[in-house]
Design a protein around this ligand. Structure first.
Ligand code: SF4
Length: 409
């Protein structure tokens, strides 16, 4: 079979490429991303909107606040994503997801999420969530050597926090109100027993995810994680080409485990996202399309775009995306999510897109990063080292961090 030689944005061409690409690179997998679009999407969106009204009725007494609150939510969405109409959502394990960082509809956290957002419009007593999501590193250990690793400076140091400490951290986050806890590392799957214990022992009022390279995520491990309560998984896949991904990740089986791990997580009813660090060398419509075709053929529900930052292993390198490449990336993102031509492709989540329009919601605002020493940081890429979550003065440290917010956007 020949390599794809032409790339255009017409659906017909993409379908042709899909077949070609599938045959060339990934013959054996038949799963397809199950997106919901068209009439089915419209019906579910109607149900979700009705539920928003129910939340507003509970939150406020005055009809004026119901109306203004609804308008606030609509405008908030527009600020993030512009005037585009929602074209697709995904259903996983009985829940309906419109974004990676929005809890699935029918999940208790969905109501807490909406109530907490309304709290920024007009305070609501007991409004639930202090953090929409928190990234929590549970280990410094990792078998990979990635080009862009943001924890490079501490990689494979001795772990300082044991299971008891981590449970204290999780409990503190949950007591403050945290919708999603993303367990990361290092490579969290190196600590599979710890992961399972944390999942089993943590309160069930947060959705717990893991951020991983997919390292040795067999069907049986995925099953254990799901049984212990894992909601979803971000698997790093930085290229559609096996050699390129393995070389970027410094590990010869990285591609195999990223794809295998994704298949096993999907087969166990988890929400699955591929996360890609998009470098200047990678950006072209052809490469972006090949990547999305692979993601679609594997059957992942979401793809997360990350822009490279000069931290960790990338420190001192000129990795910032050029203006021309940002234009290509943003226009591809909009086309893929909001055109009728790509309804059966995974939904893309792109932080940089909304951060440039709306500002950053990390930096203690709606999210933070807790590193494997328990230190508080503005986000995974801004290592502010602003205090320790296990220390008594954590609340003050968090307040100071939140006041400063994000220093970039
Ligand atoms: S980016 Fe993640 S997988 Fe890669 S070396 Fe760093 S911790 Fe390991």
């Amino acid at each position: 079979m020949n390599e794809v030689t032409t790339i255009s944005v017409s659906k017909q061409t993409f379908m042709m490429e899909s077949t070609t690409f599938k045959n060339v690179s990934y013959k054996n997998h038949s799963a397809q991303c199950k997106t919901i679009s068209g009439l089915q999407k419209t019906l579910w969106l109607f149900v979700i909107r009705c539920s928003l009204f129910g939340i507003l009725l509970k939150a406020y007494k005055s009809p004026l606040n119901w109306y203004l609150g609804l308008r606030y939510l609509i405008q908030l969405r527009k600020k993030f994503l512009g005037n585009f109409k929602l074209k697709k959502m995904v259903k996983v394990d009985g829940k309906y997801y419109i974004g990676l960082y929005t809890p699935g509809y029918f999940d208790d956290n969905y109501r807490r999420f909406i109530t907490s957002e309304l709290n920024y419009f007009k305070p609501i007593k007991g409004a639930g969530l202090r953090f929409n999501h928190v990234h929590l590193a549970i280990t410094h250990k990792c078998a990979l050597q990635c080009d862009h690793c943001y924890t490079w400076d501490t990689l494979n140091q001795k772990d300082q926090l044991d299971e008891e400490d981590l449970l204290k951290v999780i409990s503190r986050l949950q007591n403050m109100g945290t919708g999603q806890i993303h367990l990361t590392g290092g490579e969290p799957l190196l600590k599979i027993n710890l992961l399972i214990n944390l999942l089993n022992k943590a309160n069930k009022n947060s959705n717990i995810w893991i951020n991983t390279s997919g390292y040795r995520l067999t069907f049986s491990k995925a099953k254990q994680l799901k049984k212990a309560g894992l909601t979803g998984i971000f698997i790093s896949l930085d290229h559609f080409d096996e050699e390129m991904h393995n070389s970027f990740r410094g590990f010869k089986h990285a591609y195999h485990w990223a794809l295998e791990g994704a298949k096993n997580a999907i087969a166990n009813n988890m929400v699955v996202a591929f996360s890609v660090c998009i470098t200047n060398d990678f950006v072209s419509e052809e490469n972006l399309m090949k990547y999305m075709l692979l993601a679609k053929n594997i059957g992942v529900h979401f793809v997360q775009y990350l822009e490279p930052k000069p931290v960790g292993h990338f420190e001192g390198r000129d990795v910032k995306l050029s203006d021309d490449n940002l234009k290509i990336l943003e226009s591809f993102f909009v086309k893929m999510n909001y055109s009728n031509d790509f309804l059966d492709f995974p939904i893309i989540s792109y932080h940089g897109y909304y951060q440039r329009r709306q500002g950053c919601f990390a930096g203690g605002n709606r999210s933070v990063y807790i590193d494997a020493k328990g230190n508080l940081n503005a986000c995974n890429f801004c290592h502010t080292n602003s205090g320790n979550i296990l220390s008594k003065d954590f609340n003050l440290a968090l307040a100071n961090l939140s006041k400063k917010g994000c220093s970039i956007y």
